[in-house]
Structure formats: structure tokens, C-alpha cells
Write a protein that binds this ligand. Structure first.
Ligand SMILES: [Zn+2]
Length: 252
């Protein structure tokens, strides 16, 4: 009797896990996508705090517009992206281990999911995806560490600059990570940062091929030659190409 109850309970847990995983990997794009943004003062600076206090969803308008325009292009009808600013979190997300092995990364992803569960409150509602925005004062930090997203669990940790002047580039990073959470893969070489030809190029058919004038959102950078590239200044210099649209499920 007890054995049966235990087995039934375990099967139910497995079923819930499987359904959640399936749902996370098969987004229904006909429904509005709620993107919840939680700012975090990652360097503890007063300047960063001040930036966070004055932050509004207006700062993310170009990301929202980019995704609505791109989805319309592939689906023929737009996906409604609703960006909501959640409350500031006092606890930082767990740090990504550097040069980590597979096990360490798995452990970190569990910690991150636990953090997300811990920080979630009833006033957050049920967002489609939650982004933790780690803000750094550009006067104190010149280079940001890599941001990371988990498709299963629909959470991402995004490192950004606490500066209005950096808002346009912040939106590129944020959009890139958001697309990871929906299954898009990187289209640049991890070691060099160079976009991969052809999928990471905005215009792979262009003649001559270099310099490219735009970046593909998952390619990240604008290829100036086969070995050099630069970061786009804003999403106006970025496209979302078909390989990425296929990965997130906007087209076949
Ligand atoms: Zn990436």
C-alpha cells in the first residue's frame, strides 16, 4: 500500500517536471510574453543604486520593439512582449564558476534555479521569463563578465552597465540573453568572439563579404573581416536571422 502511494507520488513529480520542461522548450507565441526584470546592485555602489532607483521600463523599449518587429517578420503577426520592472533584489544571483567543468556548471545551474525560486514572491505574478539584471557602475568596472541564460527554468542573469549612455548596448545584451532563454544558440566562436559564418552574419550574401554593417543578434558582433569584429552600437545595427527564428520557433 505505502509502496504504491510512494511510486504514484514519484511518477506525479516526474510528470510535472516533464510537462514544465516541455512547456519551457515549446513556447506558445500566440500568447503575450511577460518579461520580468529584477535589478540588482551588483557592485554595491551608491551611483549604481541611484541608477536603479530611476530605472523605468522605458529603458528597455528598444529591446521590446526589436522582438516585436522580428517576430512579425517571421510569423506574419507580432508577438506581444510585455516588460515589467520587478522590485530590486538585495541578494546577488550565484556567481558563475570560471573555467568550470560540466559538474560545476550543473551545480551552479541548480543554485541559480534555487535562487530564482527563493526570490520569487506572489506579487511577481507568473512571468514567462525572469531576468536578473546585475548593474555595475562603468566608472568602477570597465569590462563585464559573461551573462548566462537557462532555457529550462526560463531565467537569465544579465550583466549591464548602470548608465543611460550604455542603455542602447545594454538592450543588445539583454535581448541576446532573452533569446537564449527561448532556445536560441550562440553564433560566435566562444574563444575569439568572432561571429560564425554564415549563421552569425547579418548579411552573409553580401558582396564583398566584408565589412558587414550589422550584427546578427546571436552572432553578437559585426564582422569587419574574417578575424576582426566590433560591437554594434544599438539594436538598430542588429538583425534576427532565420536560423535564430527557427530555433525559437517563429518559423520552420
Ligand atoms: Zn550567448
Amino acid at each position: 500500500m505505502w509502496k504504491k502511494i510512494r511510486v504514484t507520488f514519484l511518477l506525479l513529480v516526474l510528470l510535472v517536471v516533464a510537462v514544465n520542461a516541455w512547456r519551457d522548450q515549446n513556447q506558445n507565441w500566440d500568447r503575450p510574453i511577460v518579461v520580468l526584470l529584477h535589478p540588482v546592485n551588483a557592485d554595491g555602489q551608491a551611483t549604481t543604486e541611484q541608477y536603479i532607483q530611476h530605472l523605468t521600463t522605458e529603458a528597455f523599449a528598444s529591446s521590446q520593439q526589436f522582438l516585436q518587429d522580428s517576430s512579425t517578420l517571421y510569423r506574419g503577426k507580432k508577438v506581444y512582449f510585455i516588460y515589467q520592472l520587478g522590485h530590486e533584489l538585495k541578494q546577488l544571483p550565484p556567481k558563475i564558476p570560471e573555467n568550470a567543468g560540466v559538474l560545476q556548471v550543473m551545480l551552479w545551474s541548480l543554485k541559480f534555479r534555487y535562487y530564482a525560486w527563493q526570490q520569487h514572491t506572489s506579487q511577481d505574478g507568473r512571468p514567462t521569463v525572469t531576468l536578473y539584471l546585475n548593474y555595475y557602475d562603468p566608472e568602477q568596472t570597465t569590462a563585464l563578465k559573461h551573462s548566462t541564460a537557462l532555457e529550462k527554468g526560463r531565467i537569465a542573469m544579465v550583466n549591464l552597465f548602470a548608465s543611460g549612455q550604455q542603455a542602447a548596448q545594454n538592450n543588445i545584451v539583454l535581448t541576446h540573453e532573452l533569446l537564449h532563454a527561448f532556445g536560441a544558440t550562440d553564433k560566435y566562436e566562444l574563444a575569439s568572439g568572432q561571429p560564425i559564418y554564415p549563421s552569425g552574419y547579418a548579411n552573409p550574401e553580401q558582396e564583398p563579404r566584408y565589412p558587414q554593417h550589422q550584427a546578427e543578434i546571436m552572432g553578437g558582433y559585426i564582422a569587419l573581416s574574417a578575424t576582426t569584429s566590433k560591437m554594434p552600437e544599438s539594436l538598430a545595427q542588429v538583425t534576427l536571422n532565420k536560423p535564430t527564428a527557427i530555433e525559437v520557433g517563429w518559423t520552420k
